[in-house]
Each structure stands twice: as structure tokens, then as C-alpha cells.
Design a protein around this ligand. Structure first.
Ligand SMILES: [Zn+2]
Length: 313
């Protein structure tokens, strides 16, 4: 059975046709996520159709389609629940009707972190596991949880998803979610620049000569001995580690799978996260294995294609 997965991100939209867990065709288009999703849907439909045109005739007919969206999603009624800074009209759209009218196949909608979790669970680093926490550390800190073989959703579809908004400093800064001292207010791409600029070491730091400051720069400058970069890097890793401790204490997985932009430095980060978790969790060291995602680039597409297949059966 061939199914199609679409992963809507802030900068790119990835699409893939999947047969038996194998990506048989894939492509991506620019997200233009500051514009409306209404304006983007025809381009997404054309992209999927073009993808299928490249396949042998017998594989062009697909059975179901799944879309991952980077916000809180009601996966039972197929609605985007929360207005998101990107694609701000998404919560007004009937995406299920769009998919059914366009292709006449079953449609599933899910949050992007859950889609990546399902992809890694079925085909990646989490194969064979029933209890997984997945964290994506990039612009923010996303998370999703598989518990006893079920993807957690909760009464309001946020269960397991708000790892970035766990409180790690209750006397900290106000977060864009309304919280105080959320993980993302302590260590995420969206606060990184202001954290650096307001730091007493900023004027002596090599970061001060940069036009924009991102984690890639912080890690690179830390490598060359810049004191501010080292401090921010180490603080960020400690914050992410504290978040993972909270998540494993709440959800008790076997494995914690990490993906996202900062995993470019996974060789440095993962052992530090593992050491922190081994030292600071209630169960003994070695209980929680922290590992990199297998194919984080395609995990969302694979996960949505899997969920679409399950909706068909
Ligand atoms: Zn928050």
C-alpha cells in the first residue's frame, strides 16, 4: 500500500510517498509560512501530484494522506486548534475536506512532534519500543510521548507536546505561552540572541561582531574558547537536560530520542545529556537511554504516511 505524508514546517514543506515504510519518492517546497495556508494548499496539492507522477503507474494510486502541522492539533476532528505564528489561518481551514475533495482518500492530521515520534517509533531509533519520549531541539524545544504503545494526546491534545513549556526556573522570564521560566525562555533559538546581548560578557565576546547569533555560532565560538559562548552553550545543555529529567520522570520511557537543529553537535551534546540524566533521575543510571533520531529529516513524513495507512485499515 502506498500512502503519502506531508510535513509542514516553518521554512519547508516536505512530502513523501511511502510503501511499506520505505520512502519511494520525496520532494520539498518552500513553506512561505508567513503567508496563509489557504494560498499554499494548491501548491501542496500540485507538489503531491507531481511526486506521484514520477512513480511507476501502478504506484501512483495512493490509499491515504497525512499532514503534520507545527501546532496543537485535534487529531480526532482533524482541526488545527491553536493559532500559530506561521500559517495563521490554519485553524479556520477544513483540511480533511480539502484532502477528500482533492484526492478522495482518507486524511489524518497530527502535531509535527507526534508525527516525528511515530516515524522514529515505526521505522527509526525507536523500533520495537513501547515507551518513548521524543524531543526536537531547534527553534524551540518540542516533544511527544509514546506510552505503553500509545501516542499520548490528553483531554486537550497537548499531552507530551509541551516539553518546551515545562517550568525550569519559576522565578524566570515570562514566556510567550503566558508561563514564567519555561524551558524555552532559558534555552531556545528564539531567546538566544537576547540572552547573549544582555550578558555582562557580551562586549568582550566574539559573538558581538556577528549580525545574527544562532546556536551554530555559539557552539563554533565556544570551540575557539569564547567565554560567553562556552557559558551559554553549557547553560543551554543543562536546561535541555533538566527538561529531559522532567519528561522521563513524568513519562518513564525506555528511550529518549533527540532530533532537531542542535543535533549537528550531537556527539558533544548527547553524552552530556546522558550523564546528567543518569545522575539526576530517581531510577538508577542506565535506565533511560538517550539516542539520536535515525532519520529526523524524514521522520515526520514517514510518521504521517504510517498514520494515514492505519486510517485506511
Ligand atoms: Zn512557555
Amino acid at each position: 500500500m502506498v500512502t503519502v505524508g506531508i510535513d509542514l514546517g516553518g521554512t519547508t514543506i516536505k512530502m513523501g510517498a511511502v510503501r511499506d515504510g520505505q520512502l519511494i519518492a520525496s520532494s520539498e517546497i518552500k513553506a512561505d509560512s508567513n503567508k496563509s495556508l489557504t494560498a499554499k494548499l494548491p501548491e501542496i496539492a500540485a507538489g503531491v501530484n507531481m511526486l506521484l507522477q514520477g512513480l511507476p503507474v501502478e504506484e501512483r494510486k495512493f490509499e491515504g494522506i497525512g499532514l503534520a502541522f507545527p501546532s496543537i492539533v485535534d487529531s480526532r476532528d482533524m482541526k488545527v486548534l491553536l493559532q500559530y505564528v506561521k500559517f495563521s489561518d490554519a485553524d479556520e481551514l477544513d483540511l480533511k475536506a480539502w484532502a477528500e475533495q482533492t484526492w478522495g482518500v482518507p486524511f489524518v492530521l497530527e502535531n509535527d512532534a507526534r508525527a516525528a515520534l511515530v516515524g522514529e517509533w515505526q521505522y527509526g531509533a525507536g523500533r520495537g519500543e513501547d515507551n518513548i519520549v521524543l524531543c526536537t531541539i531547534g527553534t524551540g524545544f518540542g516533544s511527544a510521548v509514546l506510552m505503553d504503545g500509545k501516542v499520548l494526546k490528553g483531554a486537550h491534545y497537548v499531552a507530551g507536546n509541551l516539553g518546551g513549556h515545562m517550568v525550569v526556573n519559576f522565578k524566570g522570564d515570562k514566556c510567550n505561552c503566558g508561563g514564567i521560566g519555561c524551558l524555552e525562555t532559558e534555552a531556545s533559538s528564539w531567546v538566544l540572541e537576547s540572552k547573549c546581548q544582555s550578558h555582562p560578557l557580551f562586549n568582550q565576546s566574539t559573538l558581538s561582531s556577528l549580525e545574527t547569533i544562532n546556536y551554530r555560532a555559539v557552539f563554533d565560538h565556544a570551540d575557539t574558547g569564547d567565554r560567553l559562548s562556552i557559558e551559554i552553550r553549557d547553560h543551554s545543555i543543562s536546561v535541555w537536560a533538566a527538561g529531559i529529567v522532567n519528561l522521563v520522570h513524568a513519562f518513564d520511557p525506555n528511550v529518549v530520542i533527540i532530533g532537531g537543529g542542535v543535533m549537528r553537535r550531537g556527539q558533544l551534546i548527547l553524552p552530556l545529556l546522558q550523564a546528567h540524566v543518569d545522575q539526576h533521575t530517581w531510577p538508577p543510571a542506565g535506565t533511560y537511554k538517550i539516542m539520536p533520531a535515525d532519520d529526523f529529516t524524514n521522520a515526520g513524513v514517514l510518521g504521517m504516511a504510517y498514520l494515514a495507512g492505519r486510517a485506511v485499515n
